[in-house]
Ligand binder design. Structure first.
Ligand SMILES: [Zn+2]
Length: 56
């Protein structure tokens, strides 16, 4: 099963994208992701820790 990591570029922290799970300091969100061939993989969405997404 393929696992894809999506993480902010140039973030202040190192994201751990070497595993197949959400074992990262930022507490990534795991979503099912369908590939073009119909198989389901996982999309691991990392959050930036510099507050970029917490602007409200
Ligand atoms: Zn992360």
């Amino acid at each position: 099963m393929a696992t894809l990591h999506v993480h902010p570029e140039g973030d202040q922290v190192e994201h751990d994208t070497s595993t197949d799970g959400p074992d990262c300091i930022c507490g990534p969100e795991v979503r099912p992701a369908e590939h073009g061939d119909g198989r389901i993989g996982w999309l691991i969405v990392h959050h930036s820790l510099d507050g970029r997404e917490l602007a409200e």
